[in-house]
Design a protein around this ligand. Structure first.
Ligand SMILES: [Zn+2]
Length: 413
């Protein structure tokens, strides 16, 4: 039977009915609903000659054996945030199911093809994203930190994992899954407004943004709000406010998708009768190019020093998190572009602002590419998340073409 992209739309709706409610998708990882979704996913491949396995990190694998052990991986995640959308993570898997069905129908493939449902991509319950993929890809090194994580009800992460058959101490043994991996493909909703604004259904993803996240502390002098004249104030909030506006210009001048966000501004003493003595803010900067990301950071630092001088206050910076930009494989990006043009006429190359499991796989040195399908109104992580059914069908076709092209590419290497 040939590919049936309309079946993917029907199955996504079925999953939504099974694991969602009026508020949205409720497939939070390490819950009964998530478990139910995993079982249901396994049922979609009943009758297809795949072997199912759950690894040490809770990742669910479906393996269609080929003539070679070398494997093409297609990935996604069935977990959602609370009150999430119907497509985030699940589209990837159900499109992958359809591709596996099509390949299996044609007999033994030249290479092994594996569909992976990564465990806990969202990190919605314990605040740790990309759990399963980081365990399998080798970047999970903070076992002690993980052991201390608790959910809102005080349940420790190791206990929640154990309830679903996962031993945190053994999670990194999932690495053996990647020993035969030759390439990795991931289809995802864009979760942003770019493709919709261009009027295009699909895009080839260049990589994921690098991130620089800093806590900036401004120190002035608390003084009575009634008796201190404006020109005698050392107002810490003035520095934070100036910087919050300046980063817009910095992002604009840097261009090529640069984004800067200020948030979490905390003022002390925080009473109406005092000028702000300390203001703390967090700055998040993202770019696909490492040098330009470093340049944006440098510009923000220099601007902050200028503002500190203008306002007679002090400023200090502390790095709280960061990740290098991750570039997907150039030849796979070309194949992805080609596949998109064949099914949709036009393609577009764009970076990804959010991180994805694909970033973990690429970091592990496996040739990787992602394919984005348009998100309506750019919304995600809400029940309003949506994509036109005809675009979902196009994305299944493009993933299928990309899988065929990648298999041919791998066979020639
Ligand atoms: Zn996702």
């Amino acid at each position: 039977m040939p590919l049936q992209p309309a079946r993917t739309v029907d199955e996504l709706r079925e999953l939504q009915t099974l694991t969602g409610d009026e508020a949205g998708a409720q497939r939070v990882a390490w819950t009964d609903t998530w478990e139910k979704a995993r079982e249901w996913l396994g049922g979609r491949l009943a009758g297809v000659a795949v072997e199912e396995e759950i690894d040490e990190a809770g990742n669910q694998w479906f393996t269609l054996r080929g003539r070679s052990e070398r494997a093409l991986l297609i990935g996604g995640h069935i977990d959602s945030v609370p009150n999430g959308g119907w497509l985030d993570g699940a589209l990837n898997l159900l499109a992958g199911v359809e591709v596996l069905r099509r390949i299996a129908e044609q007999g033994e493939p030249p290479l092994t093809v594996r569909l992976v449902n990564w465990a806990d991509e969202e990190g919605a319950r314990f605040g740790r994203s990309l759990f399963g993929s980081s365990a399998a890809c080798g970047s999970m090194r903070d076992q002690d930190e993980l052991r201390r994580l608790e959910d809102r009800d005080g349940v420790p992460l190791p206990d929640a994992l154990a309830a679903h058959g996962v031993d945190l101490d053994r999670a990194t043994e999932a690495r053996r899954q990647l020993e035969t991996a030759a390439a990795y493909l991931e289809l995802h909703i864009e979760q942003g407004p770019v493709l919709e604004s261009l009027g295009l259904p699909l895009g080839a993803v260049l990589g994921t943004f690098g991130v620089e996240r800093h806590r900036i502390t401004w120190r002035g002098q608390a003084a009575h709000a009634g008796s201190t004249p404006m020109d005698k104030r050392r107002d810490a909030l003035a520095g934070a406010a100036k910087l919050a506006l300046e980063i817009r210009q910095i992002a604009k001048r840097t261009g090529d998708g640069a984004v800067c966000t200020c948030w979490a501004v905390v003022c002390r003493p925080g009473i109406p009768t005092s000028v702000v003595e300390t203001a703390e803010q967090i700055l998040d900067q993202r770019h696909l190019d490492a040098a330009r990301l470093a340049g944006m950071l440098e510009k923000a630092r220099r601007a902050s020093e200028r503002f500190a001088e203008e306002e007679s206050i002090e400023v200090s910076w502390e790095r709280i998190w960061g990740i290098q930009p991750i570039h997907f494989h150039p030849e796979l990006i070309d194949l992805c572009d080609e596949a998109i043009r064949e099914v949709a006429g036009m393609s577009h190359r764009l970076p990804s602002g959010p991180l994805h499991d694909a970033a973990e796989v690429a970091r592990a040195g496996i040739p990787t590419v992602m394919l984005f399908v348009q998100s309506l109104r750019g919304l995600s992580h809400t029940k309003l998340e949506d994509t036109q059914p005809e675009h979902i069908e196009l994305s299944v076709q493009a993933l299928d073409r990309l899988a065929s092209k990648t298999l041919a590419w791998l066979a020639s290497r």
